[in-house]
Design a protein around this ligand. Structure first.
Ligand code: G1P
Length: 290
């Protein structure tokens, strides 16, 4: 049995790529069909057995706190009207036995800093980090579960990766190292957003990490890196000098919902899988397809 119970969701980014939609609404509250991105991320964690969701929030992210709060008026109204299915949907936002903790990241100093903000709540335990912008659809076990299985076997930090076109390396943390087994390698090199000529391989980090608590000590002394921010990637570069870190090429399809095109692709594909919508939407797409 895995001992990982806590997941950290860094949700401090400004979401400038979606302005004006994200002027007053957190980008993690943008919906794919009928659920906000942050809820997909929370459900992935819950399905993998996480019982403590830790949100590290920037200003203007209060809608995330509201989303995971109990909605008394709505619930009593739905109960009065006997809308049992809707009531269940509302209540299931945070299932029984799951706790939410909200931490303010008062300065937007980067992903590494956001993770460090969770130290007091995570304590001396391994934990998961999920970036909700990266929506991952897996047929079998979800990405977090797959990575937990790797952690259970090897007991070291695990980073989720996928193969990308190397021309896009400047958008990702990039890793390289010797292969341990199919889909799993050791991280010997790791660098944040290198130019293609400097990328160590075509293996890019996606927004899933399992980290040992040793990362916190490292992040305390990590200096500002790419984009002037305290980068988690730089922290992991230091961590791997102290203990092994593995890169795991997960099974599943990742949508970059931090970009408009990735967001649109996810919307279309999730709608095509949606119980109530799939048939009508498929028909509609046939009509409009060019
Ligand atoms: C972050 C990480 C980067 C990773 C990416 C995955 O970058 O810093 O290493 O490859 O997420 O989505 P961001 O997209 O927040 O700039």
């Amino acid at each position: 049995m895995t001992t990982i119970r806590k997941a950290v969701f860094p949700v401090a980014g400004l979401g400038t790529r979606f302005l004006p939609a994200t002027k007053a609404v957190a980008k993690e509250m943008l919906t794919i069909v009928d659920k906000p991105l942050i809820q997909y991320a929370a459900e992935e964690a819950e399905k993998a057995g996480i019982d403590t969701l830790i949100f590290v929030l920037g200003r203007t992210k209060n809608s995330i706190i509201d989303h995971f709060d109990k909605a008394y008026e709505l619930e009593s109204e739905l109960a009065l009207r006997n809308k049992t299915e809707l009531l269940k949907i509302v209540k299931d936002t945070v299932p029984e036995g799951v706790n939410c903790v909200f931490i303010r990241q008062s300065e937007a100093l980067g992903l590494g800093h956001a993770v460090l903000c969770a130290e007091a709540v995570v304590g001396n335990e391994p934990f998961v980090v999920i970036l909700p912008d990266d929506l991952i659809d897996s047929e079998g076990d979800n990405c977090t579960q797959q990575m937990m299985d790797v952690y259970d076997e090897y007991g070291c930090s695990v980073i989720g990766t996928q193969t990308i076109n190397i021309s896009e390396s400047n958008h990702y943390g990039m890793v390289a190292g010797p292969i341990i087994r199919d889909g799993l390698s050791r991280v010997d090199e790791i660098i944040e957003k290198p130019l293609p000529a400097e990328a160590p391989s075509d293996q890019a980090i996606v927004g899933r990490y399992i980290l040992t608590p040793a990362i916190f000590e490292v992040l305390k002394t990590t200096e500002r890196g790419a984009g002037g921010e305290i980068q988690l990637t730089d922290g992991i570069a230091e961590l791997r000098k102290r203990e092994e870190v593995y890169a795991y090429s997960f099974v599943g399809k990742r949508y970059d919902c931090g970009s408009k095109i990735g967001y649109l692709k996810a919307t279309v594909e999730y709608a095509l899988k949606h119980n109530d919508l799939a048939d009508e939407f498929r028909q509609y797409l046939r009509q409009v397809s060019v």
